[in-house]
Design a protein around this ligand. Sequence first.
Ligand SMILES: [Zn+2]
Length: 74
Amino acid sequence: MSLEFRARCPKCDNRAFDAPEHLDVSHEVACGACGHRGKLVEFADLATLDAIVEDLKIRSLRVLRNTHGLKAGM
Ligand SMILES: [Zn+2]
């Protein structure tokens, strides 16, 4: 998935975050500067969250198609 991952620590305003391997709103993120830990939703900016939600929708649609015996075209 091509997404510009942007996040910010709510405690110390650190913005140096690498995109996690699995983009999921419940993914736990730890701030490298102050050690604050929280869910991705606390850290990621709105555009990033939107992209994650869109990606989740697309993936769940793919699963639906697969369970119906159709190839998803990947
Ligand atoms: Zn921090």
